[in-house]
Design a protein around this ligand. Structure first.
Ligand code: AGV
Ligand code: CA
Length: 313
């Protein structure tokens, strides 16, 4: 079994990632932290607790709320999706929430869970790196107990997904939210596998994928996935800045099923100031990172189905 601590920021693909982590036969989920970055904290926290109740096979977990704040907030329109997802009937049938909120904020909860767990912990992070950066500042010795960080964020191809004033279009949103946090984590010696935009662009949400999930809605977890992805725009005709990709789900599935992706080793750094702040870039003698480069599209979506179907019993 592998110990995994999951820190996410409450968008649809973050919450689907949580659902899938709860199904992985070889994963012991030791903790979950939620940051209200691409979401509002309250609904993202509630939805996380309800997903654990409904799809967690009775696992005893608590969910930590982050008090981290970003430098550049996400667009409100995107953040509002967490309210809709939290209101889905499939998460509210029980009428009560059993999974408690952890006593400490997410960065301190991360330290506690990593230090308390026997053996090493794998971190999966699908939002900004702020909680990990803060945890490293409080207790740098956690790196000895962290096996690897799987992070969705950054991009190396110069094509970002931030459409905001006073930046140059080269940065990915999770990195842009808190560029300094990326730098802090890059300056640590934690092994990193990064899923950036070059690979996630190969797995857009499409009408065909929605239809595929619609036809399998007799499985409750696939029904939930279909309902969740109904809240966000698919790739239809042409890409816009709101087009949704399976960013976080790719990072999460690749952490458990490495055969669905190919990777290469790069050395890199990150800008923390100027119009490119948040930009990750390759540089010789930079920090080594394992970068996901390509995805086996069909194997990836098949793995999502297989994991989701494990929630049937
Ligand atoms: O940049 C991708 C990250 C992922 O962690 N998030 C969404 C995923 O959870 C930010 C984001 C970029 N474009 C978006 C985003 C969009 N069109 N809608 C919502 N979030
Ligand atoms: Ca996310």
């Amino acid at each position: 079994m592998r110990n995994v601590y999951f820190n996410h920021d409450g968008s649809v693909d973050d919450l689907v990632s949580l659902l899938l982590l709860l199904q992985m036969p070889d994963v012991t989920l030791t903790g979950v932290g939620v940051v209200g970055a691409d979401s509002y904290l309250e609904p993202a926290l509630a939805a996380s607790r309800k997903i654990i109740d409904r799809f967690g096979h009775g696992v005893q977990l608590n969910v930590a709320a982050s008090n981290s704040r970003g430098v550049h907030p996400f667009p409100k329109e995107w953040r509002l999706d967490a309210f809709s997802l939290d209101a889905l009937p499939i998460l509210n049938e029980a009428g009560t929430i059993n999974t408690p909120v952890a006593s400490k904020p997410a960065h301190l909860d991360l330290i506690d869970k990593v230090q308390e767990t026997a053996g090493k912990t794998t971190l999966v992070m699908t939002g900004p790196l702020t909680d990990l950066a803060r945890a490293l500042e409080v207790d740098p010795t956690i790196t000895e107990k962290i096996d690897k960080l799987y992070w969705m964020g950054g991009t190396f191809d110069g094509r970002g997904n931030v459409a905001e004033p006073e930046q140059d279009g080269t940065t990915e949103w999770n990195a842009f939210w808190d560029p300094q946090a990326v730098k802090t984590v890059w300056d640590s010696d934690i092994a990193i596998q990064m899923v950036g935009l070059e690979s996630t662009r190969q797995v857009p949400l499409t009408p065909a994928i929605r239809q595929h999930w619609a036809l399998q809605r007799q499985h409750p977890a696939i029904d939930f996935i279909g309902q969740g992805y109904a809240l966000v725009p698919a790739l239809q005709h042409f890409e816009t800045n709101s087009t949704y990709f399976l960013w976080d789900v790719l990072a999460t599935v690749a952490s458990d099923s490495p055969e669905v992706v190919t990777t290469k080793e790069v050395t890199s750094d990150v800008l923390t100031t100027g119009p490119g702040r948040g930009r990750t870039f390759e540089i010789s003698d930079g920090r080594p990172v394992t970068l996901v480069t390509t995805v086996d599209h069909d194997a990836f979506f098949k793995r999502i189905d297989e994991l989701a179907i494990l929630a049937d019993d």
